[in-house]
Design a protein. Structure first.
Length: 147
């Protein structure tokens, strides 16, 4: 299974989500490929925010080698699931969908709840990590038996 995690800038939430989902999938012995992207192009080519890197590292996950990239319509062909962090990300990704098949691949990681953007508040990186981790665990439980 191939999963794409999407947030706004691809420096805080989606790199954490990529790292967490890959870490958990690997622990479960799942042959899943996880990637991340952003709907905004401000940080293309950069690494994740140092606070995300630090928070992930505190949980034994290394996201320091990820490179930020922009979401594009070709991602609909590449990935089985596209998990977004909030309603703005959802709208932006769905606006690029070419058909119903594309739209069916897109959902919010936490269902109807958002993963808040921690960018402007250092104290929110750990709570955001925990939210993403819970969402990833729920996703794995739902899909781990599906090829």
């Amino acid at each position: 299974m191939k999963i794409l995690m999407v947030c706004l800038g691809n420096i805080c939430r989606s790199p954490l989500a990529e790292g967490i989902m890959q870490h958990l999938a690997d622990k479960e012995g799942l042959n899943w490929e996880i990637d991340s992207a952003g709907t905004g192009n401000w940080h293309v080519g950069d690494g994740p925010d140092h606070r995300s890197v630090r928070t992930a590292r505190l949980h034994g996950i290394d996201i320091s080698r990820q490179i930020c990239r922009l979401f594009n319509p070709a991602d609909f062909d590449e990935f089985d699931h596209i998990l977004v962090m909030d309603k703005s990300n959802l709208s932006n990704v769905l606006a690029m969908a070419r058909n119903d098949g594309d739209r069916k691949k897109v959902s919010m990681l936490l269902g109807d709840k958002i993963v808040p953007d921690p960018y402007h508040d250092d104290s929110q990186f750990e709570p955001v990590f925990k939210l993403i981790e819970a969402g990833c665990k729920a996703f794995i439980e739902r899909y781990k038996g599906i090829l």
